[in-house]
Ligand binder design. Structure first.
Ligand code: ASP
Length: 332
């Protein structure tokens, strides 16, 4: 039996007016973020500091999720979440970036769209407040994938970015960390505590597309001009709808050598579950080689994996069912 035309018209009208009033769409969305991995000891983190970290992680993951539920593309959701982490002095990206051996801040970032495999990356920036924004502009507004240093900053000016004075990135706690690290190195004290605080996000948007973005100040006391895994597509960041989305944090050199983000996604494309694929890279490939750190990863259905071989990783997610999770230590 076919419905009378007036009834069909009424149904069409009802559906479109419900949509216009912002009834949540049914397509599942999901987001996971991280703000670094390392030697995080419960007794060394004050309850105030811990509460502030958890609150900032929650704010960032909620901002990314809101972008997804309002129908924005994955790349914009990554931007929304990562901008909040970059603007916080707590994490090693944007405002809280670590210092290099010359007591300067040099920032790197990258973005990848899993639908098109378009990507953008920037490195060795000194004056761009939100490096993820410039990575997105490189992807969308240039014919290139990666730009660095002064040339990248010139491109930023042409794109209408307002550059900040390098002193914007200066924070006393990062300078103290640099001085301590340099003193230890001079005294030949072995660094058995590692702390990485790069930030990143992976998302599944309403169109079923994956995206990944990562932003960092790199490693404390790194050499001037050193670039890590964060802006290297396939190493510290990768997204492919036929595989997965990954954002990494840790000793960048190892993530580059083992092409970690891409390797995880190729395993998923070959049929391995996302958590298993991430764990194999983090525990079986990186760890025996001396690589510390972790990843957040998401498969095309929005399944989330957190994997790290350190004592903890700052992380948060809102899964396909809208469930919020915030974690710092292992086993929580
Ligand atoms: N992976 C970053 C780098 O090597 C550091 C970090 O994760 O904090 O530059």
């Amino acid at each position: 039996m076919t419905a009378p035309p007036t009834f069909t018209l009424f149904l069409v009208f009802l559906c479109s007016s419900l949509h216009a009033e912002g009834v949540p769409p049914t397509a599942p969305v999901a987001i996971a973020i991280h703000a670094g991995a390392g030697t995080i000891k419960r007794d060394e983190l004050s309850s105030e500091a811990e509460a502030e970290i958890r609150a900032t992680l929650e704010k960032a993951v909620r901002a990314g999720h809101a972008a997804l539920t309002s129908g924005q593309p994955g790349v914009e959701a990554v931007r929304a979440a990562v901008n909040i982490l970059e603007d916080s002095p707590l994490f090693n990206a944007g405002k809280g970036a670590v210092f290099n051996a010359r007591a300067q801040n040099e920032l790197d970032a990258s973005i990848m769209d899993g639908a098109s495999l378009n990507a953008g990356a920037v490195a060795a920036l000194k004056r761009v407040r939100n490096p993820i924004d410039l990575a997105i502009s490189v992807m969308n507004q240039s014919r290139h994938v990666m730009m660095i240093g002064v040339g990248a900053e010139q491109f930023a000016i042409e794109q209408g970015f307002e550059l900040v004075d390098p002193s914007y990135f200066h924070t006393d706690h990062r300078l103290e960390q640099l001085r301590e690290r340099q003193a230890d190195e001079q005294a030949n004290v072995k660094q058995d505590e590692a702390w990485y605080s790069t930030v990143g996000a992976v998302v599944l948007d309403q169109s079923g597309n994956l995206a990944a973005g990562t932003s960092t100040g790199g490693l404390t006391n790194k050499r001037w001009g050193r670039i890590g895994d964060t802006p290297i597509i396939g190493a510290g960041n990768y997204a492919n709808n036929n595989g997965c989305a990954v954002s990494a944090t840790g000793t960048g050199e190892y993530f580059i050598r083992h092409v970690v983000a891409h390797s995880i996604c190729m395993r998923v494309a070959g049929g391995q579950a996302i958590a298993e694929a991430a764990d194999r890279l983090i525990f079986d490939t990186l760890l025996p080689d001396g690589g510390d750190g972790g990843v957040i990863a998401m498969d095309p259905k929005g399944e989330i994996a957190f994997s790290f071989n350190t004592a903890g990783m700052y992380r948060a997610s809102i899964d396909r069912n809208g469930k919020l999770y915030v974690g710092i230590y292992a086993n929580e």
